[in-house]
Design a protein around this ligand. Structure first.
Ligand code: NAP
Ligand code: ZN
Length: 352
């Protein structure tokens, strides 16, 4: 086993702090990666604070981080896709059973035996998996992605979660030219959603609770921006949307967005608030509207998304921080005070 520096939380109420964790020796199909940047996802915060305890309780110590970009430093004897020096990414998944129907459909995120990058049973070492707030990671080559070398690395890291989580449902629900698309919440996920919807040719409307983000929303690609606390402005869009992507991380009124859908329109939730959200059935009945969810994306689609970003020059807008500012970054994320994703420069961990 290899010792590696990391940041972990010891309990739901502890700040993240410097620690040392073990990584397995590379087995024949493994890729060993030096982590260069790791994005900070709101899911990291939900997990560290055990806010999803009813669905997946957190095991401590917890080392979060699933927006990983790094360089290959070693490979197992049977690895064919990568070689030392390659620029690679790891997202929310590090393994699955490779055999079930979800896996054969390329939807590994729904495999009942999927291993998530952190807080998931670790098949190799026991305990739970540890994520990207660390110097290095060892991952089965089938869960390692190729990162286009033309992309800024700090901005590419968030593509591994915020990118695929917004790209996948838009592809699934047919976001294309001629469609009217809403993106609710301009945080890490939302700002990527705006970029993709625009790149797919849709008419893009941003819904935000933060008037200060209006100019940025236009710069990111929105055609229109609605301050969602203004009921009159919301009403002007009633019954008109083909698709709305809801990225809000906290309690809010879903019905206000269901009412904006056109006939057969779809509202997809990717945000994962701690508490259940009430839905008025009639809002769905009239207009045959639908409400659905979406979870990250499979490995093949994640590679497709990275390649798309390479071709179109798409990365996240990031504020790069040293790992030592992680706890402050969490508080700022809670206040919606980040434009629009924190990306940790992992070389800062060497100073610990
Ligand atoms: P984030 O950067 O904190 O962005 C969330 C945005 O939601 C905020 O910037 C804010 O946008 C809006 N918001 C926050 N609190 C609100 C409130 N009380 N009422 C209305 N709007 C509010 O978070 P993120 O990293 O994008 O993640 C968003 C959610 O998606 C989290 O719950 C996360 O766990 C989940 N997630 C799900 C998946 C998946 O696979 N489904 C993957 C990754 C993350 P405005 O300032 O514009 O209003
Ligand atoms: Zn995430």
């Amino acid at each position: 086993m290899n010792e590696t520096k990391a940041y972990s939380a010891a309990s739901a109420t502890s700040p993240l702090a410097s620690t040392t964790i073990s990584r397995r020796e590379t087995t024949e199909r493994d890729v060993q990666i030096e982590i260069l940047f790791c994005g900070i996802c709101h899911s990291d915060l939900h997990t560290v604070r055990d806010e999803w305890s009813s669905v997946m309780a957190t095991t401590y110590p917890c080392v979060p981080g699933h927006e990983i970009v790094g360089r290959v430093t070693g490979i197992g004897s049977a690895v064919t896709k990568f070689k030392p020096g390659d620029l690679v990414g790891v997202g929310c998944l590090v393994d699955s059973d490779h055999t079930c129907s979800q896996c054969s459909d390329g939807l590994e995120q729904f495999c009942h035996n999927a291993t998530f990058t952190y807080n998931s049973p670790d098949k190799h070492l026991g305990g739970v998996t540890y994520g990207g707030y660390s110097e290095s990671i060892v991952v089965d080559e089938s869960f390692v992605l190729r990162v286009p070398t033309t992309l800024d690395l700090a901005g590419a890291a968030p593509l591994l979660c915020a990118g695929i989580t917004t790209y996948s449902p838009m592809r699934h629900w047919g976001v294309t030219a001629g469609k009217k698309v809403g993106v609710v919440g301009i945080g890490g996920l939302g700002h990527m959603g705006v970029k993709f919807a625009r790149a797919f040719g849709a008419h893009v409307v941003v819904f935000t609770t933060s008037p200060s983000k209006k100019d940025d929303a236009f710069r990111l690609g929105a055609h229109e921006v609605v301050i969602s606390t203004n009921a009159d402005k919301m009403e002007q869009h009633a019954g008109t949307f083909d698709f709305i992507l809801d990225t809000i991380a906290a309690e809010h009124d879903l019905n206000a967005y269901i009412n904006l859908l056109a006939r057969d329109g779809n509202l997809t939730l990717v945000g994962a608030p701690e508490q259940p959200l009430p839905v008025a059935g009639f809002g769905l009945l009239f207009g045959r509207r639908s409400l659905s969810g979406s979870l990250i994306g499979g490995i093949a689609e994640t590679q497709e998304m990275l390649d798309f970003c390479g071709e179109h020059g798409i990365t996240a807008d990031v504020e790069v921080i040293p790992i030592q500012r992680i706890n402050e970054a969490y508080e700022r994320m809670l206040r919606s005070d980040v434009k629009y994703r924190f990306s940790i420069d992992m070389s800062s961990l060497k100073a610990e």
